[in-house]
Design a binder for this molecule. Structure first.
Ligand code: PGA
Length: 258
């Protein structure tokens, strides 16, 4: 049985004071948060400078229930790569998840399918769970290319030596046109792609958590989570407000209803 999973992607937002306020709000709702057992239910991906302070603020009580992830990683082990962060540094800071291939990085930082696959591989090899983002642009959707684009993005990762698509991974379907736009995919549009992704993942498909991302809010989350192949969400804007984020977690079943 797949567990619900909600991942907060704070993008380039936040301050130390914000981290303190957010964790204080989580602390208040802590009793309702489920224990992660084998997998997490709630993961927060702050900007790099706040990774350690988030881990520290979560303390022992919350860290059993809320795990920390990074928004990106460099594909190299270490070396002269000014400004970059390695997977071993993330592990050293207790990050357990890492987002790879977010469309903002694919578009704004020109990340290729191959580079995304390499980041996925280093994360998996180091024992972090990669959250692989895939998604089509509006133009690709209008041209009827959605499933082709998704298949290619998945395949470039699956084909890279060292990648194991049968274990320790999460896939987030994030239509580029839905991110930060307020235009969420309809539950039917999202379900169609999620079902396709699950099929593409083969025998491991039924076990892998598939998240939807793109303008998820507490007002649209319930109908998305009602779809069979949607196991949770990757939440950007709405994850910056603790109560709104907790509401989304509650709707996914990532926290007990109170
Ligand atoms: P959004 O971002 O929820 O603000 O649309 C989602 C994401 O980019 O992961």
């Amino acid at each position: 049985m797949r567990k619900p999973l909600i991942v907060a992607n704070w993008k380039m937002h936040g301050t130390q004071a914000f981290v303190r306020r957010f964790t204080a709000a989580l602390e208040e709702g802590k009793d309702a948060l489920r224990q992660p057992e084998a997998e997490a239910h709630v993961v927060i991906c702050p900007p790099f400078p706040y990774l350690l302070s988030l881990v520290e603020q979560l303390g022992t009580g919350l860290s059993a229930k809320v795990l920390v992830g990074a928004q990106d990683v460099n594909a190299q082990k270490d070396g002269a790569f000014t400004g970059e962060v390695s997977v071993s540094m993330l592990s050293d800071c207790n990050a357990r998840y890492v987002i790879v291939g977010h469309s903002e990085r694919r578009q704004l930082c020109a990340e290729s399918d191959l580079l995304v696959a390499q980041k996925f591989a280093v994360a998996q090899i180091a024992g972090l769970t990669p959250i692989l983002c895939v998604g089509e642009t509006l133009r690709q959707r209008e041209q009827g290319l959605t499933l082709d684009v998704i298949a290619k993005q998945l395949q470039s990762v699956a084909e890279l030596p060292g990648v194991d698509m049968t274990r320790q991974l999460v896939v987030a379907y994030e239509p580029v046109w839905a991110i930060g736009s307020g235009n969420t995919a309809t539950p039917q549009q999202a379900q169609e792609v999620h079902h396709f992704i699950r099929e593409q993942l083969g025998a491991a498909g039924p076990r892998i958590q598939l998240l939807y991302g793109g303008s998820v809010k507490s007002t649209n989350a319930e109908s998305l989570f009602a779809e069979m192949d949607i196991d949770g969400a990757l939440v950007g804007g709405a994850s910056l407000e603790a109560q709104e984020f907790l509401n989304i977690c509650r709707l996914a079943g990532a926290i007990c209803s109170v």
